[in-house]
Design a protein around this ligand. Sequence first.
Ligand code: SF4
Ligand code: SF4
Length: 516
Amino acid sequence: MCPGCDIAVAMLDNASPQPGQHPLGQLADEAARAPLIPEPEPPEDEQPLYAARTKVYPQHVSGTFRRVKWIVLCITLGIYYLLPFVRWDRGPNAPSQAVLIDFPARRFYFFFIEIWPQEFYYLTGLLILAAMTLFLMNAVAGRVWCGYLCPQTVWTDLFQAIERFAQGDRREHLQLDREPWTADRIWRTGLKHFLWLMVAWWTGGAWVLYFGDAFATVHDLATLEAPFIAYAFIGLLTFTTYALAGWMREQVCVYMCPWPRIQAALTDECALNVTYRYDRGEPRASVKKAAALHAQGLPAGDCIDCLQCVHVCPTGVDIRGGPNLGCIQCGLCIDACDAVMQKIGRPTRLIAYDTDINIKRREHGEKPIYRIVRGRTVLYALIIAVVGALMTYTLATRHNDGVSVLHDRNPLFVRLSDGSLRNAYTVRVLNKSLEKKTFALSVTGLSDADIDAIGGAGFSGGSPLIEVGPDQSREVRVLVTVREQLPPGASVPITFTIAPKTGGPTASAADHFFAP
Ligand code: SF4
Ligand code: SF4
């Protein structure tokens, strides 16, 4: 008997019919939703070395993990599409977009944080945090990133929902694909691709809004006044979203993404993974067969081999075969199997988030254990805490002003006609505040030195003054001349300091003064 009918028979045995519905009607409903019987595979020696892709027709499923996935999908896509329109008041002359990558001004704005090009080490910190968070997630709950948060998963999920809307659920879609190209098939397939392209286009459109004022960019795009590069990027992202989420789907996870390979090397027996509890499920037997086996005193597992877990899988994996590179750990097979178990009156969680160690322990009659606090989880959490604290501290205590210095490479020094020695530098002064500022530049480390800034705004107490506009940086050439006699080949460490004329914290940068 087909496994789907098996479930139906079990329902007739175990469940009471809905009011007004005949049990045979239920049976027919269940049978209509039952999976198709897979084609038998050719013998192993006749199978090609490179198998063609088997198209996956994931079946709709309801349950806890499906609900969690919908919630995560709405939150993540909502953030992606709407974040560019969120405003953040930074005062006059500053952009009011909360998250903005301003390439012309070379700034990155993230709510109250403004990153200058000189501070791109924050990006390194962010990358370390992202990697460690991924490792920690993996140590605790396997590929939870892949199953719920990865953009490829989120957009594929959305595209599959659109596909089901246009072409029907698994069974209907399979039948539709077997039909000739009737008007109905053309219309439904066309509708799917149209909706996919709309989503892909919105995705590309939202991306460019992060690189300029979102409202102005939307206006420019609509009136065809946006720069060509904006249209090019929208086109590119429309194509990649359509291709990756619509056509390639699970192939991205299985063949293209490096994370499953790295993840497999980072996991351990205590990490929670979507696991088929073979200790409970095997040997597989239909409900009737299991009853017969039990009557004879023979063992029968809880798995009735209905294949529901396989049919709902977005990557087409049979989790009963053990850990699999294609399994993104989305938990949908848990929902499917739980529904089957409920229908046949057996305990749920035959497939569950579980650890390898617990399967072994249950086999030996021991209680399952969950060890979230382990060496690796503590280490990852510690790195996240240290890097996070360092970044928070440097962000909280950083100055609004900054200075960087670059010594002239050639010549390193010049001997003047009066015997004094001169070194030249390029000094960049940063003013991150929203008002124009004047800074006094001084040099320490030399006992008798004159400082001159070419293009400076005069002198104050022997120190050249440098004016810098609001939220700008300015580069000036600075000449340092020394009359004292330095030892041959000397390299004297010196410090350049800028002090705002209106008072406030100073900023410094170190360099050297070279003698012949
Ligand atoms: S096997 Fe289960 S958890 Fe893994 S991808 Fe398929 S449905 Fe998701
Ligand atoms: S594990 Fe559950 S859903 Fe999968 S075949 Fe067995 S009974 Fe069916």
